[in-house]
Design a protein around this ligand. Structure first.
Ligand code: C2E
Ligand code: CA
Ligand code: CA
Length: 549
């Protein structure tokens, strides 16, 4: 800055140590005190004779310097040198809000507020070290204030709605649950996302009211589906850190589901990992109370903050939601993948289900499925969508999978239509193919394929008019599950009856195959009569479904 004869400008730094509370918890208050003292000594040195410094409370400090003495980058560097480096094996990160002081008539308290609001603007953004209080921030603060004045009216006018983001089971790609995410349909500003108003509402204490409003809206939605006897999946709702301070929280939730006649199984609560570092005991009590009432509890944003695997050990949650940052990291580094893998394994051992959030690509999806992650949420499958669109998804998935199970209505008296139905036998072993062909050729035309690729080609050729596929699971190159998966993702093959052939003692393969969309299974050793009747019934069922469609 040019020195134009005016009094020199000063810089005011307000400083906060990220997650200082965790340092206290992990290393004890003596270590915390030691760090604070060292911090203060460092600030004193940096302030020198022409600056000043002080401590507000806890880990909040202020430092004021002539602008000419040091740039913000210098100050950050000096603080890191003098205050942060300790002989201990951990590193902590201070963050700063900075305000440039030109007008000496502004009260000190106001200047501190300015710098604090700059600091608040980077809270939670762990890679930002400092932020300025400037015209842009001032405008944002004014806009935010204006927005907050409209919240109450917004609730009254039902401007807050929730979107639903589907969650899919990794093994079957079936829609199994959803998360309700709030949106503000503002009459003047259009659709506003929660990132732009939830943090503000957290500050002015309005979040619990909004949360309750959304929970009630979700109950009303579920009650509507229930009344129409439509398919429902559990919906998880977000619970803010502030909610757990309400001593009547669980009572009010229980009254809500009673009022709407909803089974608690259909509402799940997502508590955020950050609540753990703030008040672990209160969080634990809330989780226990909710589960006692039959609600499932999810640990949201797992892996986003500073908490460790201890959270898993300490908090009896049903489902772990892996933060999208962790999902993003797994592909960037082997280390990221390793950590994710061990989190999922540990969760399994503790009988906690896992949902990976923010899954955007096919390769992320496949990787996660491969390491045993149970469910997937993310743009790869779907963004959060309006309720009507979500209902559409639920209803059409129902139709695709067939109304009820084909197996529900086996008719053992079904006549076998001779001669013109084609059955494809897929097995890499020619002996097995021959055995099956021999058993069935009096009643069907048998076609054969010795691998999955060839099988799919034959199935896709309309001329072949395949009525049913008998599919071996264990094959080299492309196994039976892969064939099933590809077939079920192909609109032309989605309805084709596929019966898997299994031989093992356990039913694991059968269950897997059914999850992958197999119509039914046949177990070795085959009984030719039962086999023929089963095949005939399945074909008959499938023809009926085709006619209905
Ligand atoms: P969250 O609970 O972690 O919700 C997931 C966020 O990730 C959602 O953002 C969602 O749209 C986004 N997301 C989902 N899949 C992907 C993906 O594949 N890629 C990327 N980049 N993002 C993805 P949204 O809806 O903007 O919500 C942001 C946050 O606002 C939520 O984070 C949650 O903390 C909060 N929130 C939303 N609704 C409520 C509510 O009713 N009450 C409270 N207290 N907080 C809420
Ligand atoms: Ca959430
Ligand atoms: Ca989350």
């Amino acid at each position: 800055m040019l020195d134009d004869g005016k009094e020199p400008a000063y810089l005011l730094f307000i400083c906060d140590i990220v997650s200082f509370k965790l340092i206290n918890e992990r290393y004890g208050p003596e270590t915390g005190d030691m760090i604070l003292k060292k911090f203060a000594r460092g600030l004193k040195e940096i302030a020198g004779s022409s600056g000043t410094y002080g401590r507000f409370e806890a880990d909040h400090f202020a430092l004021c310097l002539p602008e000419k003495q040091a740039s913000p980058d210098d100050v950050v560097r000096l603080i890191n040198e003098k205050c942060v480096n300790t002989e201990m094996d951990f590193h902590f990160q201070p963050q700063f809000g900075i305000c440039r002081i030109e007008d000496r008539s502004i009260p000190v308290q106001t200047l501190c507020d300015y710098a604090s609001s700059a600091l608040a603007s980077i809270k939670g953004k762990y890679n930002s070290v400092y932020a300025w209080y400037d015209a842009r921030l001032r405008k944002k603060i004014m806009d935010d204030q204006f927005l907050m004045e409209e919240v109450e009216k917004g609730i009254e006018n039902h401007e807050f709605v929730f979107y639903l983001q589907p969650v899919y089971q990794a093994s079957t790609k079936r829609l199994v649950s959803a998360e309700a995410l709030v949106r503000w349909q503002h009459p003047a500003r259009g659709l506003i996302f929660p990132g732009d108003f939830i943090p503000l509402m957290e500050k002015n204490g309005f979040v619990p009211k909004l949360d309750y409003y959304i929970w009630e809206a979700v109950c009303a939605y579920l009650a509507g589906r229930q009344k129409e006897k439509k398919r429902m999946v559990p919906v998880s709702v977000n619970m803010s850190r502030m909610d757990i301070h309400n001593p009547k929280l669980v009572d009010s939730i229980v009254s809500l589901v009673r009022k709407y006649g909803i089974d608690p199984e259909y509402i799940r609560f997502e508590v955020t990992e950050s609540a753990y570092s703030e008040d672990a005991n209160l969080l634990l009590d809330t989780i226990k109370a909710l589960r006692r009432e039959g609600f499932r509890v999810l640990m949201d944003d797992f892996g986003s903050g500073y908490s460790s695997l201890n959270v898993l050990k300490d908090m009896p949650v049903d489902i772990l939601k892996i933060d999208r940052e962790m999902v993003g990291n797994m592909e960037i580094s082997d280390r990221g993948g390793c950590i994710l893998g061990s989190v999922i394994r540990l969760a399994r051992r503790l009988s906690i289900n896992t949902i990976a959030e923010g899954v955007e690509t096919q390769s992320q999806f496949e990787y996660l499925r491969g390491i045993g992650c149970d469910s997937i949420q993310g743009y790869f499958f779907s963004k959060p969508i309006p309720v009507a669109a979500f209902n559409g998804l639920l209803d059409t998935e129902d139709e695709l999978k067939g109304k009820g199970s084909v197996l529900d209505s086996i008719d053992s008296q079904a006549p076998v239509r001779k001669g013109f139905l084609n059955i494809l036998v897929v097995d890499d072993s020619s002996i097995n193919r021959t055995i099956l062909a021999n058993m069935l050729q009096s009643d069907f035309n048998i076609m054969e394929a010795d691998n999955g690729r060839k099988a799919l080609e034959i199935m896709r050729e309309p001329e072949n008019r395949i009525a049913l596929v008998l599919l071996d699971i264990v094959m080299p190159v492309m196994n039976g599950y892969d064939v099933l998966e590809e077939a079920r993702n192909d609109p032309d093959l989605r309805q084709m009856p596929i019966v898997v052939l299994t031989g093992a003692e356990t039913s694991e393969n059968e269950i897997m195959a059914l999850e992958y969309g197999a119509t039914d299974y046949l177990k070795k050793p085959y009984n030719p009569s039962i086999m023929k009747i089963k095949i005939a019934n399945i074909i008959k069922q499938s023809e009926m479904l085709k006619k209905q469609a």
